[in-house]
Design a protein around this ligand. Structure first.
Ligand code: ADP
Ligand code: MG
Length: 302
């Protein structure tokens, strides 16, 4: 482990005293191997929000790492030409590397393009290279252009890697790549940043999800909302949190991810925050969120 574990208490988030929080942290650090429950069925979750910088990639890679560290097999599909998820998971994504682009073209299988992350033997990533930048336009003229990722993620194709969880990290747009992700998944996870403009654009996202539900993927549900970058010093963060909980109820995870420098530093080292500083507040929060995701997945199928 690198770095300090004694971060200041996020009392505003948890409502715990610093001592209680430290005790809980020590317990969790002592039992890193406790397994999370397997889902009742393979869960394919699209992480979407057309706003950039809300924590899609950070949430994708850290939830994925949290689940993988606790015994579950996880595949991350990096569907953003920026390749940030590939970077954070430390997988090669130089131009020419077999990637999600070739997967969309039907030239390689997901199993062939997937690389094991050095952060866990259970954690795989299909990287995105810069080649994906043109895909949004190239897809327009392709046959079954909205369903190419779904076809690539057929049960048969996934059986080779046999993941319990597949996370698809979307680009910050509602274009064809995001539509492909929504058609390929059963669930959408929406990260919402606890800031003023957070709710702006959300109705557009929800309308698009409804369109996909109506025309392309009847079984799609918004299963999970994750509040990110919570700053306990601002009243605004609480207002956004309350408003989101009021609108979306149980869909919102109890765990809120605090704004934390360690979280933003980790990708610079090609790591998730769980690998970079496992004792940090950000890492602990993502671990709690991953546990919640796993516990929900182990309940009766939705
Ligand atoms: P998106 O994928 O939605 O564009 P990112 O996950 O890349 O968003 O996050 C945007 C930026 O904010 C990144 O630089 C990331 O490191 C940083 N960031 C994300 N979550 C946090 C957090 N909880 N605390 C501090 N910085 C964060
Ligand atoms: Mg991103």
């Amino acid at each position: 482990m690198r770095g300090p574990v004694n971060q200041p208490s996020p009392a505003a988030v948890s409502g715990w005293t610093p001592i209680a929080e430290e005790a809980a942290r020590a317990t969790r650090l002592k039992h890193p191997d406790r397994m999370f429950p397997r889902p009742t069925h393979r869960r394919v979750i699209t992480v979407a929000n057309q706003k950039g910088g809300v924590g899609k990639t950070t949430s994708t890679v850290n939830l994925a790492a949290g689940l993988a560290m606790h015994g579950l097999r996880v595949l991350v599909i990096d569907l953003d030409p920026q390749g940030n998820a590939s970077t954070a998971l430390g997988v090669d994504h130089r131009s020419g590397t077999p990637s999600v682009y070739e997967v969309l073209l039907g030239e390689v299988t997901v199993a062939d393009a997937a690389q094991v992350s050095d952060q866990s033997g259970n954690l795989y990533c299909v990287p995105a290279t810069i080649d994906l930048a043109g895909a949004e336009i190239e897809l327009v003229s392709m046959a079954s252009r909205e369903a190419r990722l779904k076809e690539a993620l057929s049960d048969q194709a996934l059986d080779e890697l046999n993941p319990d969880y597949v996370f698809i990290d979307c680009p910050p747009s509602l274009g064809l790549l995001t539509v492909n992700a929504m058609v390929a998944a059963q669930e959408v996870l929406i990260p919402i940043q606890c800031e003023y403009y957070a709710l702006e654009g959300l109705s557009q996202l929800l309308r698009n999800i409804e369109l996909v539900q109506g025309h392309l993927n009847r079984s799609l549900v918004v299963s999970t909302i994750l509040l990110t970058m919570y700053d306990g010093r601002t009243k605004l963060a609480d207002q956004v949190t309350n408003e989101v909980r009021h609108h979306f109820g149980q869909t919102v995870l109890t765990t809120v991810i605090p704004r934390s420098v360690k979280v933003s530093e980790a990708p610079g080292y090609g790591q998730t925050v769980l690998a970079y500083d496992p004792g940090s507040r950000g890492a602990m929060s993502y671990l709690d969120a991953a546990r919640e995701v796993a516990e929900r997945g182990a309940e009766a199928p939705r």
